[in-house]
Design a protein around this ligand. Structure first.
Ligand code: NSS
Length: 431
């Protein structure tokens, strides 16, 4: 572990014995003065510790700087560890010196600040205890995802963010002016992963995807982190097995390694058992109808329908075989029931709804051309994608998992924008 400007981090200092000498570097989280003694709670990336600042040890000039330093000033403190049952954690530092490195006057974030204000000040709000916990949970979820793929024989591949054609339909495409020609921000790396399976067979990527989502919801961002995988020779069952392995590992890794962070958020999270239940779209529609949701066979599952279904289960649930009309052109029709496709969504419990979408792809050239035409798309735009069906095509499948939706579920967050450091939504591109 690197220790710049410090001998210990706050959490390490808490474990030291009486009389140990330390040099800590961090920020003033809290401060109060009692009878000429200043009590500072110093915060760093690992936690916090109380620092006791008194004139006899540090002299009048440093005492004055400590008194004048506002919340969130950055400081370097040298001192001695004291065990005192009155201190938080039973340990404090008696300061011999205190240097204010960066002043902070009138730190704008106060208790009770409104939601919009906090979003406008996200660059500062990241320092809060709750954002600290969320960022750590997100990092853990990402680490777990990579760890799972890397230890299960998947190779990571990177795809471009600037692309020439839609993957998930034109309605949510962000158009950019690419030297006078139209180009788009990618909605999914799926087609590039499909190309890569012919070389590497089982592949994954973790990178941003973009959707010009015009709706304000609790589960849509315009830029989100997409965990995607593609597997040569896999059918729909194979896709579900991979999703189950990945999501199961992400959930249990965060539950175990992020226990402290979940507790800070007041979140009780028990990782779900596998296998996850599997139901058909038909069954999902029946459940939603029974619960009073307005839905007809053929409609995509609305937010309310997904919510109704997900509340029926206390673990994530797979919903497979949606109507062809509700899904993108590349999904493989079910040979025994051509009106539905071999796709699958994973709905997270507690009403969260879809966190994964995927399925088996069409690997037959003629059928893919027919589906592109039926959807009114331009075959020319998909020329290279069609090539993959011309030269040694194989059955294959894959999926995409929304990182923020998954973190929202695991961390129990009310809104998806809490799950990303700097959210991008229909109304927000700053900070
Ligand atoms: O549109 S998806 O359902 N499917 C795809 O993009 C496939 N091309 C992925 C693949 O098979 N490789 O999106 C997949 C997931 C979805 O379940 C959500 O969890 C997430 O991506 N997603 C989003 N998260 C946040 N905001 C928005 N707007 C969003 N759109 C999708």
């Amino acid at each position: 572990m690197f220790r710049f400007s410090k001998t210990h981090y706050a959490s390490e200092a808490l474990g030291l014995g009486e009389g140990s000498r330390v040099r800590l570097a961090g920020w003033i989280f809290r401060k109060r003065e009692l009878g000429g003694v200043i009590f500072i709670v110093l915060r760093d990336s690992t936690g916090s510790i109380q620092v006791v600042v008194r004139e006899p040890e540090i002299g009048p000039s440093q005492l004055r700087s400590a008194r004048e330093a506002g919340l969130e000033s950055s400081i370097i403190v040298e001192g001695v560890i004291r065990k005192d049952p009155r201190a938080p954690g039973g340990t404090e530092v008696l300061a011999n010196s205190l240097e204010v490195v960066g002043e902070s006057d009138n730190y704008p974030i106060r208790k009770g600040a409104g939601e919009e204000f906090l979003l406008d000040n996200r660059h500062l709000h990241l320092r809060s205890r709750s954002m600290w916990a969320i960022l750590r949970i997100r990092a853990e979820a990402l680490r777990a995802a990579r760890e799972w793929f890397d230890s299960n024989g998947f190779t990571s591949v990177e795809a471009p963010s600037i692309v020439g054609a839609a993957v998930e339909g034109g309605a949510t495409l962000f158009e950019i002016n690419y030297f006078g020609k139209k180009a788009y921000l990618t909605q999914s790396s799926q087609f590039y992963l499909e190309a890569a399976i012919f070389s590497l067979e089982n592949v994954y990527t973790i990178q941003p995807s973009f959707r010009a989502e015009k709706s304000r919801t609790r589960r849509h961002l315009t830029e989100f982190w997409h965990v995607e995988a593609e597997m040569a020779w896999a059918d729909l069952n194979g896709v579900m097995e991979v999703v189950e392995g990945l999501v199961g590992h992400m959930a249990s890794a965060v539950a175990e390694r992020g226990a402290e962070e979940l507790e800070i958020l007041g979140r009780r999270f028990d990782p779900p058992d596998t296998p996850f239940p599997r139901i058909s779209y038909d069954e999902a529609v029946d459940i939603a109808k029974r619960k009073g949701v307005d839905i007809e066979w053929g409609d995509d599952l609305s937010t309310e329908a997904e919510r109704a279904v997900s509340l029926e289960f206390d673990s994530p649930v797979f919903v497979h075989r949606y109507p062809k009309s509700a899904k993108a052109f590349y999904h493989m029709p079910d040979p025994s029931r051509p009106e539905v496709v071999l796709c699958v969504d994973l709905l997270a419990p507690e009403g969260i709804g879809e966190i994964v979408g995927g399925g088996q792809r069409i690997h037959d050239y003629d059928l893919l051309v027919q589906r592109i035409r039926e959807e009114g798309l331009n075959v020319e735009d998909y020329k290279w994608y069609l090539d993959l069906r011309k030269y040694g095509s194989v059955p294959h499948g894959g999926f995409g998992l929304g990182l923020e939706r998954t973190v929202r579920w695991i961390a129990g967050l009310p809104h998806i924008r809490a799950a990303v450091p700097f959210p991008r939504t229909i109304t927000r591109v700053t900070p």
